[in-house]
Design a protein around this ligand. Structure first.
Ligand code: HAM
Length: 426
């Protein structure tokens, strides 16, 4: 049997890569505007990092990690997410010592989760994420959310919904945890074995359970919003105030719990309301993690961040029928009528490229008609035909494919004319 790509993975083929590059370009530009600097961490880490960082009772750690032993018998794991690695690096490299806190970091790269693959859920997927570590200013929460929204807006998505919740501070969470235990304990044997373990270890996770989600006790479970202390309530109000200042609409959903253990205070997800989306409509998720740096051995350094997968962003573009990646289409196709004019065509192509204009020609011995077809397939904006008469007169016709219009110019004027046409289009 032929070897295929592993389940839940895929190839980005050349006809798709322009979209990926455009998304990445937009992201890089936004990170520059917001001053989030890229950090690159290893693709695999010590397994313990995720056990401690993401949390032992989460689905990610219990069921979804790609964990293996290396030849030195260390337990390593392909990263299922980026936050734990970024925080590890912040601690290990003593970035908490930098005078400019918060340290604002961004990352872009593959993550791995052993999940059941479906549209928008892959086993290898690419996350873009940011982390602002070293500040508990509610304004930075709004900044992080704002950057996430801007990424989607910059590629042309409109049908977005920002869902917000507060998970409160430790004190609020302990009070809520106690209430959850009291709520579920009397009927815990009706729940799956995972939930039975979660009851003592982390009852909040029960609310996240995919198996028992229709159990009647789920709906009546005590909501964290009723257990927020004054400080947590106040913090949440301030975050909302900053969002309003930025004109960012949101809905508060007290049932929003995230699938990772490190969160407190602000938690958020951005969903797509585009028609045709399957079961998975969450485009991005994030939140505040005030204890994580300490859990991983650093000094008190509150943080917040988010991550989004590019796969889901591209899916949302498809659903909203937004086309991107066109800027990489071919600008000029140069046709050589026959072998005698090929060298001239070759040098015209070179000259165009030197002037920053994308240009291409035939390398398969095609006749004139077939070359024209090839130019069409490549979506060339302009075509130039070079035959004997052009060689004699020293002039060529630049044909604009969209309109059929032609303009006669000398060989020397080709690049300049195209440049002028391009700048008129912009
Ligand atoms: P997460 O909610 O596990 O959070 O994932 C964030 C985003 O990654 C999701 O909203 C989705 O876009 C994408 N994603 C997750 N799993 C898959 C998958 N199997 N296939 C495709 N896309 C997927 C985190 O990872 C946190 N580290 C986010 C964060 C950063 N919180 C604070 N800072």
């Amino acid at each position: 049997m032929n070897i295929q790509a592993p389940r839940g993975t895929y190839d980005v083929l050349p006809d798709q890569s322009a979209k990926w590059q455009e998304v990445e370009q937009k992201i890089n530009e936004l990170c520059r505007l917001y001053q989030y600097k890229e950090i690159r961490t290893p693709i695999f880490e010590h397994t313990e990092l995720f056990q401690r960082g993401v949390g032992d009772t989460t689905d990610i750690v219990q069921k979804e990690m790609y964990t293996f032993q290396d030849r030195g018998e260390r337990s390593l794991t392909l990263r299922p997410e980026g936050t734990a690695s970024v925080v590890r690096s912040y601690v290990e490299n003593k970035l908490f010592g930098l005078p400019d806190q918060p340290v604002k970091l961004s990352y872009f790269g593959p993550m791995f989760r052993y999940e059941r693959p479906q549209a928008g859920r892959m086993r290898q997927f690419v996350q873009f994420g940011i982390e602002a570590i070293g500040s508990k200013d509610p304004a930075i929460d709004a900044e992080v959310i704002s950057l996430a929204m801007e990424v989607y807006r910059s590629v042309g998505l409109k049908r977005l919904r920002l869902v917000l919740n507060s998970l409160g501070d430790t004190e609020s969470r302990i009070a809520h945890k106690q209430a959850l235990i009291e709520h579920f304990e009397p009927r815990i044997e009706e729940f799956c074995s995972d939930c039975q373990t979660r009851l003592t270890k982390n009852p909040l996770r029960i609310l996240d359970c995919k198996v028992d989600r229709d159990h009647p006790l789920m709906e009546t479970a005590p909501s964290l919003s009723d257990y927020l202390n004054e400080e947590s309530r106040q913090y949440f109000e301030e975050v909302k105030g900053y969002l309003e200042e930025l004109g960012i609409d949101y809905v508060v959903d007290p049932n929003l719990v995230r699938g990772l253990d490190y969160y407190n205070h602000t938690a958020f997800e951005i969903m797509s309301d585009a028609e045709g989306f399957g079961a998975i409509t969450t485009l991005a998720g994030g939140g505040r993690y005030n204890g994580l740096v300490e859990d991983l051995g650093g000094p008190e350094s509150p943080g917040i961040g988010f991550a989004m997968s590019i796969e889901r962003l591209l899916l949302a573009l498809e659903m909203e029928k937004v086309e991107i990646g066109q800027s990489q289409n071919l600008e000029v196709y140069v046709v050589a009528m026959d072998q005698s004019t090929k060298k001239k065509a070759f040098s015209v192509v070179k000259d165009l490229r030197s002037n920053g204009i994308s240009a291409d020609m035939d390398f398969a011995g095609r006749k004139l008609k077939a070359q024209m077809k090839s130019a069409d397939r490549k979506k060339a904006a302009y075509v130039i035909v070079i035959g004997e008469s052009e060689m004699e007169s020293g002039r060529v016709a630049i044909k604009e494919m969209a309109t059929g219009e032609q303009q006669q110019v000398s060989f020397e004027e080709i690049a300049e004319t195209i440049q002028t046409k391009k700048s008129l289009e912009e």
